[in-house]
Each structure stands twice: as structure tokens, then as C-alpha cells.
Unconditional design. Sequence first.
Lengths: 172, 398, 75
Amino acid sequence: MRNRNAMAAVLATILALTLPAWAAADSAADAVTAAPAPAFTLQSTSGQQVSLAQFKGDVVMINFWASWCGPCRQEMPLLQSIYQKYKDMGFTLIGVNVEPDAKTANAWLKATPVTYPVLYDPQSQVSQLYQVQAMPTTVIIDRTGAVRYVHRGYMPGDENTYLNSIRTLIVQ
Amino acid sequence: MSVRPGRLPSWCTRALIALCSISAPALAGVLPPDRADLLYHRYQGGGITVQGPSVLVQKKIGDHFSIGANYYEDMISSASIDVLLSASPYREKRTQKSVSAEYLHGKTTYSAGFINSVEPDYKANTSYYSVSQDMFGDLTTVTMSYRRGWDQISRDIKQNGFIINDPAFHQRADHRVYGVSVSQILTRNLISTFDYELSTDQGYLASPYRQIRYLDPNNPLGYTLANQVYPGTRTSDAFSVELKYYVPYRAALTGKYRYFTDSWGIVAHTFQIDYIQPIRHHWTFDGNIRYYRQGAASFYSDLFPYAGYSNFMARDRELAAFHSITLGVEASYSFSIPRLTWIQKSTATLSFDRMMISYLDYRDALFSKFDPGAIRAGQEPLYSLDANVFQAYVSLWF
Amino acid sequence: MRTLSVVLAAALLASITACAPVEPWVKPYEREHLADAIMALDRNPVSSTYLDHVFESREGARGATGGVGGGCGCN
């Protein structure tokens, strides 16, 4: 009885401590790439068709978000202040809402408005195109149209990582 | 010194040791939301009334830590069938305090907690630890947990008109529970959970108050009461499966099944169906049905044929063969408090459950006690019990 | 012995599957329904803990009452 307890305890401890290692393949570290950003055109909240191509020559930050995603909602006011700060320096921010039904997103935007363009991706076309693997996902594209940084998720303090990337790319 | 037999054993305490999931993380890869709950609970049935408060607070500290605390009370007033058979009604209070902490690192959550439960004749301490890991694109969450409980059991006796702990009675019980749980998202609308727990107990696992009875033609009652004898160990396996489905018009349907077996010979099945329906913006209704069926422990009998029939003998109805149906309804109203802007969401909930237990091999021995000769021992009607469980609580998220 | 084998088997299965990364078939942006509050596995811990306690006090069975997971899968 005691031996069995001891064995079970040892086994359980080993398994529990190695759990994080099993999921190592899933690690959400920032990805640094140089592949060209896929082109897309989506409808914005103002009803216009907006394409990525319009912003060629600017540093573009695309933020994939949804109103049901807590970290996304937490992040957006900070994105708004980043947009206000850099928008006159050849930088633009595009929000892509991934919800099939825009009702809740619109209600939330009404309560917490942003001035950067917000586009609807109800069919998940652009989400698939950009291989979105976490909510939220922030993609930063340089002036030549290449994807330079992909940041998955949002934890308070991540806005500093965004600012570093933006400052690096703005002067290029 | 007189013994006060027949009291409700501390199944309450023992049950809570096995639980300890007060602050198990409810979401994967994210710390539990900050919240405070104030609950009033009341159980009434089978001659027992148990009521009291439960207060729970959960708060994040920084971005990686969350702590929780719970204060819980049971105020017990008991004139149950066991008490009436061989003792007098009593009142007592059980107080339980617990604290817990969680640490989130990437996709891994580490939790630890401690529970302390005190009542006049039972003191229980429990510590628990768990590790929870998200994997496969957050579709799978694997949790491993370990719980360890230490109980000190006393027995209340009456001396000079006062109730004190019998100085000649000190017992211990130790518990260990190992758990593995996997939750798996199957589709955009369906999530499944598989849960396995292995429990081992050692020490004094009986009640100091309950007794068995055996056939005794020399006794005008037809039977004589005697002490129970329980095994000193118990090992059990419990395995459950749950499916939760999002109904397209916005409702949630849950189906759950649990299989239980242990070294005392008990086999039990639990089936549960739950339906949650939100209405408009403020109301949420919940209806559920639970069916439970249990086979008796191998050393259980309502009436043993003679004294010293076997090594282990028990007459606790919790170990008898029975089935029960519980019907529950719940209504929850979501409201906002205009002046307190730091409160994000608040709800007030009322919940009512009716539990109906029918025993298949536990008889109402009070019939022969109060009218000996009219009904022979072993011929009394089978006992059944209906209980009402009421909860009222307010929850705040901040 | 039997229960130890079960635990070992579960661990082995988990490690095998961890070696071959599986493409998640429900994308993070498709988790709207799963993130809904009514789909939470344990909506009201203070109430469910209490009810579990009521049942365990009256019954011989114990354990395997809860699960952790689901939700929005954010971060």
C-alpha cells in the first residue's frame, strides 16, 4: 500500500514537471521573417473597400482581434495611442475583426472607439492567409511590404515590444 | 461518561477533502478572472438542516499570479434517522477556510492550495497541487493534480451536562488523491473532458457514532445495536466523461457520466444533463437532471444475521445500495452598479435542487424502535429521503 | 498495479502525440462560441463546489467531478 502510494507520487511528480516540455512545439515566441505580406482587400467599418496595397511605403501593423477575446480588448486602447503617436511618420495600423457576425464588434467599438481603420474578415480569409495562430495576433510589415514581426497573444507590457519594432522599421 | 451515538458522521468533512477544486483554473492559458462571490446555502432533508455562508474571492497580482481565498460555514441541526435511532438531536458548526495560489507561465499554470476544516469532533487539513498545460493550438488542456489530507477524528460525549471530546478517543485518517484530466475541443461548438481520479485512504474511516444492528430474538426490538468495524484502508477509481455543446441559437447543453468503483465493493454510476439558456441581455436560466445509482459496499448490511457476522460490518446508508434523482433549476440576473465603475459585471442567482433518494437495502429501523413487535426487524419499509437544496448568491467581477 | 498502468499509459500517449505536432482544426479566430461565458466548464465555482459537497456527503462515490480547459484560447 505504501509502496504503491510512493510510486504513484513519484510518477505523478515526474509527469507534472515535464508537462510543459511536451507542449514545447507550441511555443508562441515572436517570429521574425522576411516573407512578402499576402495582399488582401476587406470592407471597413465605414463601408469602404480597403486593400493592403494602399499602404505600400508605410510601416503597417495589422492587429487581428475579436470582441470575445479579453486580451484583444485590453490591447486596443494601447494600439490607439501607438497609432496617434506614429501615424504622421509613415506608419499605419489596421485592425482586422475576425468575427462572422459584426454586431458585437460594432457595439464594442461604439463604446471604445478607435480612429485607425478597422476591417471585417467574416469569412476568415485573411486570418487563414496570415496563418493566425493565436488571439490576438499582431503582424508588422515594413515599407517594402515584407512581414518582419509576428507577435502572438497579448500580455501587458507587449506594447513595448511593438514600439521597439515600429521604431526600428520607421527609420528604414 | 455517556456516549452520544448516532450522530451524523463527518462525511461533510470527508467529502470536502476529496473536493478541493475551489480555485481550479477555469480557463486554459489564462489566469482565473478577478471575482468575489457571496453565497448562502441551505440543505434540508431527512431530518437534517445545514445552512451557512460561503465567501470566495479571487484576485490577480501582477500578470502571472492569482490568489484565492474562501470562507465557508455549515451550521448543522440534525435529527436524522441515524440520530433518532440511538441518540438525541444536536446542533453544531463546521468552519472551513482555504487559500490558493496560481502561477501562469506561458501555457502552463501551476496551482497550490490549502484547506482547513474544523468542527467540534473533526479537524481536517488538506493541501493540493496541480499543473495544467495547454497544447495542440490550445485545443487540449492536460491537468495533473495531487491532494493530501490529514484528519484528526474525535468523539463527542456528554459529561456533567457538557459536551466534550472523549479523551480516550483519538483517531487519524490520511488521504491521497491523484488526478489526471484532459479537456479536448472537438469542434467550434463542442468541448469534451475526461477526468480520472485515484483516491487512497488510510486510518479511521468510520463514524464514531453510527452502529450496525444484528438479529437478536432475545431483544424485544428484534435486533441489537453494536459497533461498526470498518477496513483501515480504501482505494477508489473514478472516471468521468463530459461533453458540452453550444446550441446555435445561443444555449449550452452538457452531458456527463461518471463511473466509480472502490476496494469496498461499491460500484456507482452518475448521469447528468444540464441545459443553460440565456434570455435577452440580463437573464440566464439553467435546468439540470442528475441520476445516481450505487451498489452496496461488500461489508454493508441493514441487518446482520448475528453478532460478529464478519470481520467488517457497516450500516452507514452512504454505503448502501440506492438510487437518487436530483432536479435542479437556477435563475441568474445580470445587473450593473452605476456608481462602482471598477465592477465590470455583477449577477444575482437563485438556485434550487430537489434530491430524491430511494434506498434499496436500508430500512427505516425507527418503525420497529417506536413500535416493537408490530413490525419485525428486517421487515420495516425501505427508507427514502427527499431533500431541498437552496442557494442564493451574488457574484461580482472586477 | 492496474491504476498505475492506466497512469503510465496516459503519460505515454501524451508523449507520443507531443512528438508529432497536430495542426489545430479549430483556429483561434473560430473560438467565439467556446469563449462564451455559458460554455465555461465551471461557471460558478462557489456554487458547484458546494453542490459537489452535498452529493459526496450522501453518496459513496467521490472524485472526477471537474475539468479545466476550453475558453477563448487567447495568448
